[in-house]
Design a protein around this ligand. Structure first.
Ligand code: UD1
Length: 419
């Protein structure tokens, strides 16, 4: 197992190419199960979660190859398997995205319940209730969701108590081939959902309301394979901006979409980081002191929960008080204990963290506990005095493509060693 070592205190200067979004690539890969054919996906990030998804789809019968780096071609002519096993779902919760497509393709899907994870209970009741509303028969047995449908699903109105991202994606995929009209109310508006809609529409689906919280899907009789480009990873983009915020310097982030980070970029400006938005790049620079801000995570276009840990690391480097409210996941403060090891002063009270900025952090041995928590330790480490050693970096490799290499190229002293 690898560990990452960072010698902090070196400002970042240069350009970073942002990769394709993990959270867009995963549902788009799942969507290739919907119909036979050769599906092409461009700008696919090279990540552990993507490899896990492809292992899952291989067990269902797909084949795939990369004609060139980041271009993925999936052949889904022979999908016969209908089960996502506990072993796969427990390593990656997004495996649940095969539920909708398998159900409409085969009339049957069996997907392990995800169980608890580091950031909370994360149930899938919305996915199950939505599919039931469309006529699926669902049984829970031995830790598995067993879903059946005879013939086609029937369109209906689905209301989500909360705009679940993968829940919306599962419903969209299932509804494209249902009979009649499905209306998804309180749908998630995340850009990754928009990317999936673009793919489904290119495949022949009829979907209206893209970017809004009411999606109307008119079921069609069949879909065809197509080619789609994965959008840029807004969370990776935000992570590098947070890093230039702690370490100082100036970064140009290429191949990203500033329009997908409205609340985050606004916060960065309030912190005192210079942000220049171009069509497909962002310049982010810090030259002087930074200020504390309060943050509340919200569904898109609010402040993303996937950047909460990184902004917390940034807030520890101010000299002010910051209140961070986590409203999406109940237990997403795993990084707090590790940041404290680096000298941060953070108090947690339920879903609220109160950060008293200490101005500087000191390097320490810390442990990655989940994907975004690990990213926050890197954001802290590039600025900390001395050496930070982050163990269990496989969490980082789930969602960041060559993060250490990208940071090294812009001046960070960061490298990997075997543990
Ligand atoms: C997705 C993202 C994840 C991000 C999250 C919130 C992917 C692959 N992952 O996760 O990176 O942190 O959105 O932006 O896109 N909930 C229920 N019942 C359900 C589904 C969700 O109660 O059936 C709750 C969850 O516990 C959580 C909230 O709804 O409190 C939001 O979860 P959701 O949007 O579904 O997150 P994911 O789609 O799993």
């Amino acid at each position: 197992m690898d560990k990452i070592i960072i010698e902090g205190g070196h400002p970042l200067h240069g350009e970073i190419n942002v990769s394709g979004a993990k959270n867009a690539a995963l549902p788009l890969i799942a969507a290739t199960l919907l119909c036979p054919g050769e599906h092409t996906l461009y700008n696919v990030p090279d990540l552990r979660d993507i490899r896990t998804m492809l292992v899952l789809l291989e067990t269902l019968g797909i084949t795939y190859h990369y004609p060139e780096p980041h271009t993925l071609v999936i052949n889904s002519d022979n999908v016969e398997g209908f089960e996502a096993s506990y072993d796969l779902v427990k390593t990656m919760r997004a495996s649940v995205l095969v539920l909708g497509p398998l159900l409409v393709r085969l009339g049957r899907a069996r997907v392990s319940l995800p169980g608890g994870c580091a950031i909370g209970a994360r149930p899938i009741n919305f996915h199950m209730q939505g599919l039931q509303k469309l006529g699926a028969k669902i049984e829970l047995e031995s830790g598995y969701v067993d879903a059946f449908v005879k013939g086609r699903l029937q369109g209906d109105t689905i209301y989500f108590d909360f705009p679940s991202v993968t829940g919306t994606e599962n419903m969209l995929m299932a509804a494209t081939l249902a009979q009649g009209k499905t209306i998804i109310k309180n749908a998630a508006k995340e850009p990754e959902v928009g990317n999936l809609i673009d793919m489904l529409v290119a495949m022949g689906a009829k979907i209206e309301g893209r970017g809004t919280d009411v999606l109307v899907v008119e079921g069609v009789d069949g879909l065809r394979a197509t080619a789609t480009t994965i959008i840029a990873d807004r969370i990776e983009t935000g992570t590098y901006i947070a890093a230039v915020g702690t370490a100082g310097g100036e970064l140009t982030l290429r191949n990203c979409n500033p329009a997908h980070l409205p609340s985050f970029l606004e916060k960065m400006r309030a912190v005192g980081i210079y942000i220049e938005e171009k069509e497909s790049s962002i310049i982010a620079a810090r030259s002087g002191p930074i200020k504390s801000v309060d943050v509340k995570t919200m569904p898109y276009p609010g402040f993303p929960t996937d950047l909460q840990a990184q902004i917390m690391a940034l807030m520890t480097c101010t000299t002010g008080l910051s209140v961070i409210d986590e409203t999406i996941f109940e237990n997403r403060f795993m990084h707090v204990a590790e940041l404290r090891r680096m000298g941060a002063d953070i108090r947690v009270d339920g879903g609220r963290a109160i950060v008293s900025g200490t101005g500087t952090l000191t390097g320490a041995q810390v442990m990655a506990t989940d994907l975004r928590a690990s990213a926050s330790l890197v954001v802290a480490g590039v600025a900390a005095q001395g050496v930070t050693t982050i163990s269990r970096v496989y969490h980082l490799d789930r969602g960041y493509e060559r993060l250490d290499e990208k940071l090294r190229r812009v001046g960070a002293k960061i490298w990997r060693e075997k543990e």
